[in-house]
Design a protein. Sequence first.
Length: 253
Amino acid sequence: MAMLEFQNVSYQYPSEDFDIIDRLSFSVEPGSFHCIIGVSGCGKSTIFRMTNGLLKPKGGTILVGGEPIDGRKSYCGYMPQKDLLFPWRTVGENVALPLEIRGGRSRAERRDRAEAALADVGLAGCADKMPHELSGGMRQRAAFARTMLTGSDLLLLDEPFSALDFLTRISMQEWLLQQWQKHRKTILFITHDVEEALFLSQSVLVVERTPIHELSDVPVPAAFPRDRSCLKERSLVELKEHLIDLLRKQVAP
């Protein structure tokens, strides 16, 4: 059974006269890691917003764990580009927010779960700090811990590292792979960086044209666990150039 499945899904923004998502069908397996790449404005984030219920499809069906998402809650976790930590709450209180929204746990229980989640992402002892006291990379780790506490097996990460400096971004990519191999959540990760997509994913889902009618599934020929040296292998260098060429065709004058 697929973790996520789109069945002939369409979506049209009210300001547009065409469907940006046009009868799209695709699926991803439980425990898999896929990056989605495509040019800006092609509709990548629209796929996420429909999956997490922020947008309602014009037509078609979205399934998570084999069940339609209509009327369901807490079936996926979503992490946007900005960490969106509330500046007036401590880091621990921010991380515990999914538990607070869901209810059924005492303040002490929520704090214990938040501290454990922070320790799991390398932020032990940071629960009482305020967001402004953390670096950009640490804030993103806290945001990931908050996403994990949704309890969902499906995680949608929308360019979460794009605002970080180069070295921090590399470190976060390596850290995310460690987290994925440890927890085996199903991860969909949107990025504009082809090299980032190749390093992180089992296969890259490519948006080759808009409206999006299909996602081209391009396997990455590198085993896990992996380190950045794999990016120097001839097969990945050639694949990188191939993917860049696919994207260039969409923006060529």
